[in-house]
Design a protein around this ligand. Sequence first.
Ligand SMILES: Cc1cc2nc3c(=O)[nH]c(=O)nc-3n(C[C@H](O)[C@H](O)[C@H](O)COP(=O)(O)O)c2cc1C
Length: 249
Amino acid sequence: MNNKILYQMIFKRKSFHLFRCETFPITEEEINDIYNFFTSITPLVENIKTEIKIIKAEDSGCRVGNQYTIMFYSENKDNYLTNIGYLGEILDLYLVSQNIGTLWYGLGKTNEKTYHNLEFVIMMGISKVHPDSFRKDMFKAIRKPLEQIWINDYLPISNIVRFAPSAVNNQPWTVENIDNCLYVYRNHKGRLFGILPSKFSFFFTRIDMGIFLAFLEICLNYEKISFKREIFVDEKKVDKALVAKYYLQ
Ligand SMILES: Cc1cc2nc3c(=O)[nH]c(=O)nc-3n(C[C@H](O)[C@H](O)[C@H](O)COP(=O)(O)O)c2cc1C
């Protein structure tokens, strides 16, 4: 899919927590298109097998007024959560371009813990909605101020990437711009996970980071800022983990 369309969808997307708006049936053809689009995405990390399975909401652990639920499965390898976040966010933006509203649903439980020998990771509820039901003004969405997530010189993308979605709106990312290289960190101690065991924060913040990297790359591509990226293994429960470096050219 055209990067410009994905970029535009950043402004339109929002979470449909309860799909309280009017919804319309998703056709079988659209379901096939979702499968095809997912397999067409270049993953963040090569050599990690992933698959999605689209099931009826009533057969899934996500019943918030959605018609279907997308189940994400992956091989369990280094950075597999970050990779699923990245793939899932690109899929999210594609779905929005098709007027399909989405909800990443970390709370969802499932009995189908494996599929084709892959491990269940997370689910996403979806329903077709009217174009008017999407976000009208992204800048009104609640997010941390720019100075809290971006250190040193700002780029045109800085104020856009901060609108990436995250579990409990935790926004665990910080970016440091040093000599035209973006150092992207995951901050494990989320302000919002509060009293929940740290395994939750460790699980979700890694998915969130993949989501954020998808936003970052879509924005860099849109601004025609070419880059080389280096991804680091993020599998340790440390307070601050370097997830990626983007060398801007
Ligand atoms: C990994 C992940 C898991 C999430 N899980 C849930 C969930 O279980 N229930 C829910 O209502 N929203 C969930 N959300 C949605 C977030 O609350 C939402 O993305 C965030 O508050 C930002 O709002 P926005 O998506 O409308 O911009 C999840 C989001 C992400 C990225």
